[in-house]
Design a protein around this ligand. Structure first.
Ligand code: GUN
Length: 292
């Protein structure tokens, strides 16, 4: 069984990015610049954004973190995005989701200039993805594709089952895996909360992408011998014995599923690290697109 180690794959991508950035900076140009907006104090969001900013620093990107209280007005947030859109020294903009209920996520996503939308959430970029055009791919699905490439996992002709149909992961993942691209060309089934015979469908899968956000949902009796299992789940589950009072759990019951698989991603240390790698690659691409 191969452990698809996100640390190894993301490190290799970050090393490449570091080399590219230092070549840019050595010619006297400014480095790529990511602006991140964080609203409120959601623990998981804080951790993710801190990690994104730290990774920018590590590879030589400039970064700006803009924080707002969770009472911030939608108009204020939209105005800030507008300013970042017009700031020529900012290449990529991300607004960490979820947002407080009084703010429309859709309005916020659509306010970002698609050329700076390094999260790949803007309908223009999603539309381009669907049509197989060059675009920013949502960071998590992009990171998974990069991981499949890094470990040279064959996907062509395989049956991939994606569990979850979110705009951030499930849906773009299903499009990528079915596209005529490197690590695509799968036959894809997308399952969701209204799929009655989910276990039977999973049992037919050569590749399972679990992205439903339910800890340890995928059990050994749902997985075919020799399958490739990609676990996107990362839920904080209360655990009094853990230092922080919680443990991170994936959507896959790793201990019982992993012995049956050909390859599997661990949680933590799997897909999560690849999300950041995808975001960093998108940010460099935004910089290159805007500075030709
Ligand atoms: N919330 C969960 N995943 C993501 C992500 O990839 N980007 C942003 N902006 N928010 C998220």
């Amino acid at each position: 069984m191969i452990i698809l180690d996100g640390k190894i794959a993301s490190q290799s991508i970050k090393e490449q990015l570091k080399t590219e950035v230092s070549a840019i900076v050595n010619t006297g140009k400014r480095p790529p610049h990511l602006a991140a907006i964080l609203v409120g104090n959601n623990g998981a969001s804080e951790t993710y954004v801190a990690s994104k900013v730290k990774n920018c620093k590590e590879i030589g990107f400039a970064s700006t973190l803009i924080r707002f209280e969770d009472t911030v007005e939608e108009a204020k947030l939209l105005e800030t995005i507008h300013q970042l859109n017009n700031n020529k020294t900012v290449d990529g903009i991300l607004v960490q989701l979820p947002l407080p209920k009084h703010i429309s996520e859709q309005k916020v996503i659509e306010a970002i200039n698609p050329k700076k939308d390094v999260d790949g959430f803007h309908p223009v970029n999603v539309g381009k993805l669907v049509q197989g055009l060059q675009t920013f791919i949502s960071a998590t699905p992009y990171g998974i594709m990069l991981m499949l490439e890094h470990f040279n996992i064959e996907t062509k002709g395989k049956h991939a089952v994606v569990i979850g149909r979110s705009n951030i992961v499930g849906r773009p993942m299903s499009i990528l895996l079915s596209s005529n691209i490197k690590k695509g060309n799968c036959t894809v089934t997308i399952c969701h909360s209204h799929t009655p015979n989910l276990s039977e469908i999973c049992l037919q899968a050569d590749i399972i992408v679990a992205a439903l956000g339910k800890p340890e949902f995928v059990k050994a009796n749902m997985v075919k011998q020799g399958a490739i299992v990609i676990d996107v789940g990362i839920t904080r589950v209360a655990d009094a014995t853990a230092k922080k009072g919680f443990k991170l759990k994936g959507d896959v019951a790793y201990a019982e599923v992993s012995p049956k698989t050909f390859a599997i991603t661990p949680v933590p240390g799997g897909v999560g690290l690849m999300t950041t790698a995808g975001l960093l690659k998108n940010t460099l691409q935004a910089y290159l697109n805007n500075n030709d």
